[in-house]
Write a protein that binds this ligand. Structure first.
Ligand code: ADP
Length: 352
């Protein structure tokens, strides 16, 4: 091959190499043994907010003004050994796992390649998981502390006095039930979040399920003198959903409409069709939700008023469960609320 041919061949190889690097989801930079940037793909130049044509051929440490990264590349260039680092790049708020590898052609050392894996999402998931574990532990500890405290007081003599005994047994009873409720909700949440259970979509009469749910809440409704009004002009009001899951959604939403209602308040459940969907509104005349809290109420353990939620046996997981179930039905949930006037939760489900 003549010299021109060799050059063309080298160019073609370079282009091919560039195409491979460009197609990678990771950020890649190739640095030669003179510390100059040979190649950089767009993933990386964008992450660092760099203009590609302005940096090719420049010294890497002039371009990446990041001491930890530069130190690692320099070390690898000197030692000709691989190096690794997990590093947050402040510029883009991203966390990258960076792997630097030496490149050899036979015996000849050509430089290093640095590959940047974006692990920002993974890190965020790790953070959420550890926050969740911390929250669960805290939520379990609170009722347990009361239970243990009451048992100790009883053992120290309160059990001799019938009134004290009854009082502390009531505390133990209430907090044990809260604990059981919390564990049940945690198991339920993990089931719906994992998506392990297949949903059976069947034709269901929403009003019939609502009546069943309201029946189970009779005691709470009576003790707060709250009336529920069902407004379903179309009968039967058919939806396409998994019976058990949708019953849980209705139970949580009506349960909340009772818990956060005033004594003597009202709940109206309304159903209507809109195009291909069935909408059900749960309206209450309760305490309402401040506007700034609305975006957060579907988060696990988020409560506007922790003590009010706990006193009424809330776990802070009810709406997270509702949202997951609705989303697994390809549905949606929306909230409108005015403090001191009431709230309306609207769910949209596929129509049968
Ligand atoms: P909880 O077990 O605390 O009721 P949820 O996940 O069901 O947990 O609800 C989260 C928070 O949203 C509640 O603690 C409460 O502050 C608020 N909330 C939910 N439903 C209503 C409602 N109908 N009216 C007023 N506030 C509500």
């Amino acid at each position: 091959m003549d010299f021109q041919g060799k050059l063309r061949f080298a160019d073609e190889e370079k282009e091919r190499g560039m195409a491979v690097i460009e197609s990678m989801v990771e950020g890649v930079v190739v640095i030669d043994s003179d510390q100059k940037i040979l190649l950089i793909n767009s993933v990386l130049s964008q992450a660092f907010d760099l203009k590609r044509n302005e940096i090719q051929g420049r010294l890497f440490w002039e371009v990446f003004r990041d001491p930890r990264l530069n130190e690692m590349i320099e070390k690898s260039l000197k030692s000709r050994l691989p190096a690794g680092l997990e590093h947050s790049i402040l510029l883009s708020n991203s966390v990258f796992q960076i792997q630097v590898s030496p490149v050899f052609k036979g015996e000849e050392f050509l430089g290093v390649t640095a590959v940047f894996h974006d692990v920002t999402k993974l890190k965020e998931l790790e953070r959420l998981r550890s926050d969740f574990v911390a929250n669960v532990s805290h939520e379990l500890k609170t009722p347990l502390t009361s239970i243990i405290g009451s048992i100790e007081t009883l053992k120290e003599g309160a059990a001799e006095n019938p009134r004290d005994r009854a009082r502390f047994l009531d505390v133990i009873d209430e907090h044990s039930k809260n604990l059981r409720h919390l564990i049940e909700d945690l198991l339920l949440l993990s089931k719906v979040e994992s998506g392990r259970e297949n949903l059976r979509r069947e034709k269901l009469d929403a009003e019939k399920i609502l009546k069943k749910v309201i029946g189970t809440l009779d005691l709470d409704l009576n003790s707060k003198k709250i009336k529920v009004n069902l407004d379903f002009p179309e009968k039967p009001f058919l939806i396409l959903a998994d019976a058990k899951s949708i019953e849980q959604v209705f139970l949580n939403l009506i349960g909340n409409a009772i818990k956060y209602n005033e004594p003597g308040g009202k709940i109206t459940v309304r159903g209507f069709y809109e195009a291909d969907s069935a909408k059900i509104e749960f309206e209450d005349t309760g305490i309402g939700i401040p506007e700034s809290d609305i975006p957060r109420i579907f988060e696990r353990f988020y409560r506007v008023d922790k003590s009010r939620s706990r006193e009424s046996g809330g776990t802070g997981l009810g709406l997270a469960i509702v949202k997951h179930i609705i989303e697994r039905h390809s549905g949606q949930i929306h909230v409108k609320s005015h403090p001191q006037q009431g709230s309306t939760f609207t769910i949209t489900l596929p129509r049968h």
